[in-house]
Structures are given as C-alpha cells and as structure tokens.
Design a protein around this ligand. Structure first.
Ligand code: ISJ
Length: 357
C-alpha cells in the first residue's frame, strides 16, 4: 500500500468530515428553530421521523447499506431532538434489559432511558407525566403475547405512537468460565421458554431453572454467585462483566420481540402505518366472526388477533387486533366504522408508523 495514496484518502476524509460537521450543525439549528415554533407543544413527531428514515433509505446510493444509513440518521435525529427538549423514556429495568435496547433503538442515544421495577410502574410514570414515553414488550415470535402489557393497554389513557422490532439473542452467562459446579440458571420466564430446548440438551442434570423479574436481574444475581448462571443478552453480559459460556442459545433462530411506544399523543398518517384496537363481542354464536368480517370485506390486512380474558366475567374475552393502515385513511376508517357498529366495546389504542429499522 502506498503511503502517498493513504494520505490522499485521509486528507479527503478530513475535508469531508469538516463539511459533514458543518451540515450536521446546520441541521441541528433548524431542529432548534422547529422546537421554538412548536412552542412547548409535542416535540417528538414519530410520523416525521419515520418519513425522514424512509426517505434516506430511498435516496441512498451506497456503498453504505440502507440499514446503516438509517441507523446513522436515527442518531442524528436523536441529537437534534435533544436540542429541542431531551426525552425521558421509561422501560422495564434494570439497566441492560432488551426493553432498554429497544428504547435506545427507537429514540437513539440522546434520549434518557429510565429503568423501572415493573411494566406497571413504567406505564404509571408516563401516565403521571413524570416521563415522556414508555417502551414495553408486547409479543415475542417464539413465546407469543406479553400478557401484562396487554392487560395494561385495556385501562391506560396512553396511546400507542410507535413500535420497535428487536432481534433477540440470548447467551448463557457466568461469573467464571466452564460449566462445572453450576447449580441454577436464572432468567426471565420468557427467556427460559425461548431457550427451553437448548437447556434440555446442554445443561447438566439437576440444574434448577429459576425465573426472575428480568434478564438483567438474572445477570446481576449470577454476578454474585459462582454456582449460578444466567440467560441474558449482550448488554447485560457487559454490564455485569460475565463470561459467555455459550452464544445465541435461543431455540428459534429468528427470535424477535416487538415493543410498543406509548405516550399522550396521536400520530398523523405516513402511508405505512399500523392501527391497534381492543374490541369485545357480545357472547353469542358467530359474534367474533361478525366482528372481524368488515376487516376482510374492506381488504384490510389484519396482522394480529389475540384474545385475553376480560377480567369482567368468567369466559368473557377481549380481542387485540392490529391492522395495516391508519385510522384516518380509507379503507381502514370504513372497516373500523363497521366494526364499531357490531362490537359491544371498542378502544382505539393508536395508529402509528410501522417500524422502519
Ligand atoms: C425537527 C423536528 O423535531 C424532531 C426531530 C426530527 C429530526 O431531527 O428530523 C424529526 C421529528 C421530531 O421528532 C421536527 O418535528 O421536524
């Protein structure tokens, strides 16, 4: 490699960096001006952020991949927004949980993430306006619904204003190397279930499986006890300086969790949205079929249908339905109007941009 050639490229990079820096600060100045125009109103605009990310991907000519440029612009917007007003995001802690990763993936590193001791507490702190948004897991591709989040959605006054999709990798972590002398494995019940087959095959007989409040809590407990190990992700491994005994031990290679972002805010349509509702049907034959019939009739794509006990009466259910489209746009608006006329109860949980990254 010629030293002269190397120097030429590095000089070019230095000059470009100076321009990039200048342009970033120009962008930030506009964001700050926009903050003034908003005049203390809602600062975070998910519809605009989704539009920025989708546009960047559509005009990207490489060699950086679309996903990389979207990640970079995610951080740029995060820093610009923080000049208008720093956001605080409540999540199920402690630090190092997948919920925290999801919060940072969605809001970028300039947002402050606040660990809460339960999903309930995270909702309550945002409902009380102590924090701006809550990020809560709602479903996992292997294990299905997160019941507690769904139950909180029934009563919360908060609206869904975004979604985050996160690939979940689990590792077996321990304070010391080697499998000898392990007596128990800590993890969240969902993660124990997601790694069930691997644990059956690989763990020595008699190792107790102990479910705890979060994976980060599992990692913390394992950091205090050499006879224990934990199933948790990379962030928790780093935070508690644990040794990785085995990597990516999830049974399902595409293991993915979907999180919802909730706050006091309605979101305008972007052209690629999702709408979530809770409905209940009168308890008679064919009622559920009648309820969803308009969704099919108007050609709306239903991306989720989940039932939960309503807690109002025995064998009484509410249904969580996600549909592609925005409640303000046809054909979803028409389908929802028809659905309202048939359901005994409908709650609009929110209409929000589909996850971009
Ligand atoms: C600058 C704005 O405020 C925030 C920052 C954005 C950005 O940096 O592009 C986009 C949307 C908002 O979350 C805006 O509303 O346009």
């Amino acid at each position: 490699m010629s030293d002269e050639l190397l120097k030429q490229h590095r000089d070019a990079i230095d000059a470009i960096d100076a321009q990039v820096l200048d342009l970033l600060n120009q962008r930030a100045s506009h964001a700050r001006e926009i903050g003034e125009i908003k005049g203390g109103g809602v600062i975070y605009r998910p519809e605009r952020e989704a539009e920025v990310l989708r546009r960047i991907q559509s005009i990207n000519r490489g060699p950086l991949p679309d996903e990389s440029v979207a990640r970079l612009f995610r951080e740029i917007m995060s820093e610009c927004l923080a000049l208008e007003k720093p956001l605080s995001i409540a999540y199920l802690g402690p630090e190092g949980t997948f919920s925290q990763l999801a919060a940072t993936k969605h809001f970028g590193h300039a947002a402050r993430t606040v660990a809460c001791s339960s999903i309930d507490e995270a909702f309550r702190l945002v409902e009380a306006r102590t924090h701006d948004y809550v990020v809560a897991p709602v479903e996992n591709s292997t294990e299905g619904a997160v019941g507690r989040t769904l139950d909180l959605m029934v009563t919360t006054p908060l609206k869904i204003c975004g979604e985050v999709v996160l690939r979940i990798h689990h590792h077996l972590l321990r304070k010391v190397p080697g499998m000898d002398g392990i007596r128990r494995v800590y993890s969240h019940a969902q993660s124990l279930a997601q790694c069930h087959e691997w644990l059956n095959r690989q763990l020595p007989d008699g190792v107790e499986r102990v479910s705890v409040a979060s994976n980060a809590e599992a990692a913390r407990l394992a950091s205090l006890d050499e006879t224990a190990c934990a199933i948790a992700g990379q962030a928790a491994a780093e935070r508690f300086a644990l040794v990785k005994l085995a990597e990516n031990i999830e049974d399902e290679p595409n293991n993915t969790t979907r999180f919802l972002v909730l706050g006091y805010q309605d979101v305008a349509p972007t052209g690629k949205d999702r709408t979530s509702v809770i409905v209940s049907a009168p308890n008679r034959p064919g009622a559920v079929h009648e309820l969803v019939e308009p969704i099919a009739r108007y050609g709306v794509s239903m991306t989720k249908f989940e039932s939960r006990p309503s807690k109002a009466g025995l064998w009484d259910y509410v249904f969580f339905i996600d549909m592609e489209g925005h409640v303000k746009d046809a054909p979803l608006a028409d389908a929802l109007a028809a659905l309202r006329s048939r359901a005994s109860y409908v709650k609009l949980l929110g209409a929000y941009p589909q996850a971009v990254i």
